[in-house]
Design a protein around this ligand. Structure first.
Ligand SMILES: Nc1ncnc2c1ncn2[C@@H]1O[C@H](COP(=O)(O)OP(=O)(O)OP(=O)(O)O)[C@@H](O)[C@H]1O
Length: 127
């Protein structure tokens, strides 16, 4: 019973971390909006199961790295409130990791949604 309650408590801490990041980080809110748009497009364009998996992986990767970025920012602010070369290196590298995932998700978006969107457009436009 105690094991269960500690398991459930650890989930609640994890959800609190996600909620805090959404509340405080503008970039996280942009990622959430982009994820909603991608999921609506996936449904509308009826993309394949494999492509849906790619979209889910991209969303999870960006969300996870933004959460880690927020954790690193908070840790650096605590450890080094004054400016320091290594504090800058840590924050810049964390931000870079989010950028890499965001670029990858744009590439996945073009790969997955590009062909069906072109198909819809060509069906709508007069020949
Ligand atoms: N303690 C510090 N020492 C040196 N450079 C820092 C320090 N804190 C921040 N910086 C520099 O300023 C940049 C922006 O830092 P900041 O903490 O404002 O993060 P942010 O990406 O703007 O996120 P947020 O707006 O959510 O706080 C960092 O990427 C880093 O280059």
């Amino acid at each position: 019973m105690r094991a269960w309650s500690s398991f459930i408590r650890s989930f609640s801490y994890a959800f609190a971390g996600i909620a805090h990041t959404v509340k405080t980080q503008r970039n996280m809110r942009i990622h959430v909006a982009a994820a909603i748009v991608a999921l609506v497009m996936a449904w509308w364009l009826e993309i394949s199961r494999n492509d849906v998996l790619l979209v889910f992986f991209s969303i999870a990767l960006v969300f996870s790295l933004e959460l880690m970025n927020t954790a690193i920012e908070a840790t650096v602010d605590l450890a080094s409130p004054e400016r320091h070369e290594k504090a800058k290196a840590a924050k810049d590298a964390a931000a870079g990791s989010v950028l890499v995932a965001a670029v990858l998700s744009v590439i996945v978006g073009l790969y997955v949604f590009g062909p069906p969107i072109l198909q819809k457009l060509s069906a709508w436009l007069p020949a």
